[in-house]
Design a protein around this ligand. Structure first.
Ligand SMILES: Nc1ncnc2c1ncn2[C@@H]1O[C@H](COP(=O)(O)OP(=O)(O)OP(=O)(O)O)[C@@H](O)[C@H]1O
Ligand SMILES: Cc1ncc(COP(=O)(O)O)c(N)n1
Length: 266
């Protein structure tokens, strides 16, 4: 079984963060491992607090995994602050990482800053150059590039600027566009488009976490970047189509829809 590691924050209500990543890994038939960077106090209505994990514990979690287990792909999500980012980058640089998906998580759907504002530069300097693929949503791409992004042309311009910051590939996600959910992959030369109709639901908690973990799973299994994203886009679209309410606010996507259907559990 392929072995996948997520380095991200815990979401107590289970729809995003580490919990979404591990569910996504399991749905892809890969073995999921986790290094928790921060614990959030979170439900479907918002984020109400954060406890950062100390850099020493983050470093040692990463080290004991890599010293013992061969890791097929890594996904990085919420990294909270500059010190955490530097620790992750320095520790990972001691190992040869085959596939690294960086989801530059900044602000939750509910508006909470999961990345401290002053940590933006550290993320750009230390994590983007290490990434196989970086997956900003539109607000994140705006913060990283300083552009205002409203159209596909703007998304392409942003992808070009982010590409120059060092990742091998850039995927600008269009989940925040009005009509269609179009994601754009840029490899430095060619743009590849991943289209899906916009699904009318409020239950989109953790869509970005889920997509990036699905991409990491597919890369870990040896798929090319174009195929890995194609399959991941299909997976997130089905997960959003079958999303559901669990509380009063923004509900999670269905990480196991296809598997449950086959097993007669639905
Ligand atoms: N309403 C929707 N209908 C169809 N696809 C969507 C919808 N919302 C998001 N997506 C898709 O989900 C994936 C994640 O994109 P999105 O822009 O929502 O990420 P995000 O904002 O980082 O998510 P999050 O912050 O919730 O983790 C993309 O493939 C995007 O196109
Ligand atoms: C720990 C953690 N990581 C990431 C997100 C982003 O997800 P969303 O934008 O759907 O709130 C989150 N809410 N919590």
């Amino acid at each position: 079984m392929k072995k996948l590691l997520t380095i991200a924050g815990s979401d107590s209500c289970g729809g995003a963060g580490i919990q979404a990543d591990l569910k996504t890994f399991s749905a892809h038939g890969v073995f999921g491992m986790s290094v928790i960077t921060a614990v959030t106090v979170q439900n479907t209505q918002g984020v109400f607090g954060v406890q950062d994990i100390s850099p020493d514990i983050i470093q040692r979690q990463i080290e004991v995994i890599f010293d013992d287990i061969s890791v097929d792909a890594v996904k990085i999500g919420m990294v909270s602050k500059t010190e955490t980012i530097k620790t992750i980058a320095e520790t990972l640089s001691k190992y040869s990482i085959q596939n690294l998906v960086v989801d530059p998580v900044m602000v939750s759907k509910s508006g909470f800053h999961l990345l401290q504002l002053e940590a933006k530069e550290a993320l750009i300097t230390h994590l983007l150059p290490m990434a196989t693929v970086v997956t900003p949503n539109l607000p994140e791409a705006e913060v990283i590039t300083g552009l205002e992004i409203n159209t596909l042309e703007d998304m392409k311009k942003a992808a070009h600027i982010i590409y120059k910051m060092g990742p091998k590939y850039v995927l600008v996600k269009g989940g925040h566009l009005e009509d269609e959910a179009v994601d754009i992959l840029y490899d430095g030369t060619v743009f590849t488009y991943y289209n899906s109709p916009r699904i009318d639901t409020k239950n989109t908690h953790g869509t970005g976490c889920t997509l990036s973990s699905a991409i990491a799973s597919n890369l870990g299994k040896g798929l090319s970047i174009v195929e890995a994203i194609e399959k991941a886009k299909n997976y997130i679209t089905i997960a959003i189509e079958n999303s559901f309410s669990i509380g009063k606010g923004v509900g999670p996507t269905h990480h196991f829809y296809e598997l449950y259907k086959k097993a007669g559990l639905l």
